[in-house]
Design a protein around this ligand. Sequence first.
Ligand SMILES: Nc1ncnc2c1ncn2[C@@H]1O[C@H](COP(=O)(O)OP(=O)(O)OP(=O)(O)O)[C@@H](O)[C@H]1O
Length: 226
Amino acid sequence: MTELVKAQQLGITFGNRAVLKDLNFELERGSMTSLIGPNGVGKTTLVRLLIGTLQPTVGQLVFTPERQALHIGYVPQFRNLEAEYPLSIRSFVGLNQLKSHLPWHTKSEKQALNQILAQTHLTDLQKTTLGNASGGEKQKAYLAQALISKPDLLILDESTASLDIETKEEVMSLVAELNQEQGITVIFVTHDLELARKYTDQYLLLKRGQYEMGPIAQLDPNLELD
Ligand SMILES: Nc1ncnc2c1ncn2[C@@H]1O[C@H](COP(=O)(O)OP(=O)(O)OP(=O)(O)O)[C@@H](O)[C@H]1O
């Protein structure tokens, strides 16, 4: 396997507070990593560094190929959108597909959209408005939207938090399927160690001023995050 990203002496300081310090790790293409750690330790900060919306104070992230050539998909935490949200699941999933100069989808865009709706098991629900969809359906729609850009790296940022157990499992099974079938590299930011153990193959545990990485089977069974 080849590496997708390597952190070298990565650190970031806000004011005089070092949030991440001397972080060194590699993520292989096709790996599924749980990013875990107590509240406020810097998980979101690391995600923002990976996406490129924050710059490190020291060290660097080296992407292969370079970040500009990579597609990064992002699935946010579940938010219960208001019932009035007017877009259908299909339109929502296809939102970022539209070229700015063309207000309609091209034939190949439609085909890609159909394929992703099928992959995420949303074909039969595509006409439902997002506001009327269940929590799991909404999260699958966010996942499908992130998949439209054919991401090399998919970041699930607490995406299963506040879903019921059955729905968490459904979303994670789908992600595992995409990882297996398409080799998408996955980072799963979570406080749910049970899901992390079940669906990911390694962990990156941030502790204050330190970190630990390893195969998920070696994660301390007595670990408590908060
Ligand atoms: N832009 C910023 N400016 C100043 N401080 C920041 C900024 N972004 C994050 N922080 C601080 O950095 C620390 C880490 O925040 P971060 O959101 O990355 O933690 P987290 O591990 O994702 O927490 P949680 O599990 O609660 O989401 C926090 O103390 C936060 O207040």
